[in-house]
Design a protein around this ligand. Structure first.
Ligand code: PRX
Length: 630
């Protein structure tokens, strides 16, 4: 399974393209299967219908936990670093984690959870979050983790879409000096969620909560009622493992579905090879488990590989901007995996926060979630890696399950801002607008993948047609990523950003349509249009053009605040626009379509050449918007 040299990478890549089935069958042998698969791969990208390891039976938690019990029972599986550095950290060995997961799996069963049921998890970054995830997998329930920053409305939408029967949450969360009442938010969400029978509440912040009789139970009380004996449910390789909601260019977020067998194989394979994991590694991924990065590279990847994973509850800038370096120093972290936004924001604090922090344990640095600019790359390399740690700029998506294009640490020659080369099994290509392949090097186009890898999404929950339309219909026969990409003279890939109406704000994926819908919920708003613009720290900022019912001139500030509050309430604080411009009209074509190209240019501060505006219903609108740009 392990590639150790560039020549080995080239060989593995060649094999994976020439005979993908043989290649992945060999990789998959390294796992514990209750029953071997009968067919390695069946697929077409038309329906789409993708099945890996058909007929294979397994439970992913036997690979995450049980198989490590004989080899590394006392090795730390999880190191938890609390929000407050003055509080003690917690270490769970593989034996302890196995025990904990089995017990909580029994709690789930006691509360009516059965194979195939959907369970919503809305929790802070505590070890119990990983325990809840794995306990679901143990009993064959499908977990749907919702990021702790999402609003009650967003939770309700996700719960209802998947018809979840159980919610796991905690009384509250702490982030920096803020306490967030999680259970309260869940209570608000559940007003509109008829399918939820049970809420399991973990005590964390001791924030007062209202417990509803017959529905809500305490985690700790339940844990006292069960044993740690919980045989794992036998799952088919293609049974769903989890649903994770993500934003697209239209409508509400969709539930990306990953399945047990393929996801497992790809999560471990990509983790070990990209980061070149060694025994004793301490892996610190700073994402939240509520995003795919946390699923694959805090929970599943590292634990499948028998590594040690750090779960950090806090934020990079509290109590000061040296917190990441403090965590690295304290736990002797060897692999640090973070987002360009975090690097850019920490750069702003200068080098003082790095003083007196021993970062010599670091061996590999990773970047994920958005394009990394050259300045941030060099800062990371120089001040964190001290020019000794390879940087892996990993490109992938919620839909891909794991990293698809990335250097292998210390093996692939890196180039700042380039995700470099595809992993074995990944066959990228660039196409033009018409879907024609652009061959050769030194070219740009839309990034597609022509062949399935084990971690590819299988469907979108409850709406397979949406999956087909979103990913497999733009360019028939290909998986379309939604990203633009450049392939340079060396054949290296550089992701240039989304080519659809999806924003990437601080590495968080947000649809412009979603933000518009939220703004339009405000009673005083007639219509809005949202675009992204370059932002020094966040990568992209959100710029909203809003038409209001009455003249807002005298109360613009109030209206602005109200709109921000509405967006926070409908989606969550991460979707709040950075800039709001009140306008009297939007640039629409005669068929009523908003010409976003123009709005983007104005938001970028480039008002020089608006291009062809002759198809606009009222070209004068453009000048008015230009004049009022914020
Ligand atoms: O635009 C790409 C960007 O993030 C999108 C996927 O977002 P999400 O599903 O939330 O997953 C993020 C974490 C895997 C992609 O379509 N993206 C992700 N990684 C990179 C990136 N853009 C440039 N470079 C990357 N390394």
């Amino acid at each position: 399974m392990r590639i150790r040299t560039f020549a080995e990478y080239q060989l593995a890549y060649e094999q994976s393209v020439n005979d993908p089935e043989a290649f992945w069958a060999e990789v998959a042998q390294n796992f514990h299967w209750r029953k071997p698969w009968t067919k390695t791969l069946q697929w077409n990208f038309e329906e789409p219908n993708i099945k890996w390891f058909s007929g294979g039976k397994l439970n992913i938690t036997e690979n995450v936990l049980d198989r490590h019990l004989t080899t590394r029972p006392n090795q730390p599986a999880i190191i938890w670093e609390p929000n407050d550095p003055a509080e003690p950290s917690v270490t769970l060995t593989y034996k302890m984690l196995h025990d904990y997961v089995c017990r909580f799996a029994n709690v789930l069963k006691r509360n009516g959870v059965r194979k195939g049921d959907r369970v919503c998890i809305y929790m802070p970054m505590v070890p119990e979050l990983a325990v809840a995830v794995l306990a679901c997998a143990r009993v064959g329930a499908i977990h749907s983790v919702v990021f702790g920053g999402f609003s009650a409305q967003s939770i309700a939408d996700r719960i209802n879409d998947a018809a979840c029967s159980v919610v796991i949450t905690s009384d509250g969360a702490v982030r920096g000096n803020k306490t967030i009442p999680m259970k309260d938010t869940v209570d608000d969400a559940l007003i509109g969620c008829p399918t939820v029978q049970r809420v399991i509440v973990m005590t964390h912040t001791r924030t007062p909560v209202a417990m509803r009789k017959g529905r809500d139970v305490w985690w700790e009380t339940e844990m006292k009622q069960v044993t740690s004996d919980c045989p794992a449910e036998e799952m088919d390789a293609e049974d769903p493992l989890f649903i994770l909601y993500t934003s697209g260019s239209t409508g509400k977020p969709k539930g990306v579905v990953h399945t047990c067998g393929g996801y497992m194989v790809y999560a471990q394979y990509s983790f070990e090879n990209v980061f070149q994991v060694e025994p004793g590694d301490i892996h610190f991924c700073t994402a939240d488990v509520g995003w795919i990065t946390g699923h694959s590279y805090i929970v599943y990847g590292p634990l499948l590989a028998g590594s040690t994973s750090v779960i950090f509850e806090g934020i990079p800038t509290w109590p000061d901007a040296g917190r990441f370096w403090d965590v690295v120093d304290r736990h002797k972290v060897t692999i640090l995996y973070t987002a360009p936004t975090a690097i850019r924001s920490l750069m702003g604090f200068g080098l003082d926060p790095l003083k007196n922090k021993d970062l010599r344990s670091l061996r590999v640095l990773g970047s994920v979630g958005e394009p990394i600019n050259e300045e941030a790359w060099h800062w990371y390399d120089e001040n964190v890696g001290k020019h000794k740690c390879p940087i892996v700029d990993t490109w992938w998506q919620t839909e891909t399950g794991g990293i698809l294009i990335s250097p292998l640490a210390g093996i692939t020659k890196t180039k700042p801002t380039f995700a470099t080369l595809p992993l074995p099994g990944v066959q990228p290509l660039l196409v033009d607008e018409a879907g024609k392949e652009i061959e050769g090097n030194g070219v740009s186009g839309n990034l597609c993948i022509r062949f399935p890898w084990p971690g590819i999404l299988r469907t979108t929950w409850g709406d397979h047609e949406r999956c087909r339309q979103t990913y497999f219909s733009t360019y028939p026969g290909l998986y379309f990523t939604g990203d633009g990409c450049l392939r340079d003279e060396d054949g290296y890939y550089r992701i240039t950003g989304r080519v659809d109406d999806v924003l990437n704000v601080s590495g968080h994926r947000i649809g412009t349509a979603e933000v518009e819908n939220a703004i339009n919920m405000h009673t005083g708003v007639v219509e809005s249009a949202v675009v992204g613009y370059p932002h020094d720290i966040k990568g992209q900022g959100i710029y909203a053009y809003v038409i209001t019912e009455s003249d807002t001139a005298h109360e613009a500030d109030l209206m602005r605040r109200d709109i921000l509050a509405t967006v926070s309430r409908v989606i969550g604080p991460i979707a709040k626009p950075d800039k709001i411009q009140f306008v009297s009209g939007l640039p629409k074509t005669r068929s009523g379509k908003i010409m976003r190209r123009i709005l983007r240019k104005i938001a970028e501060g480039d008002t020089s050449n608006m291009g062809d505006t002759s198809t606009l219903l009222d070209p004068a609108v453009v000048d008015a918007i230009k004049a009022g740009a914020v």
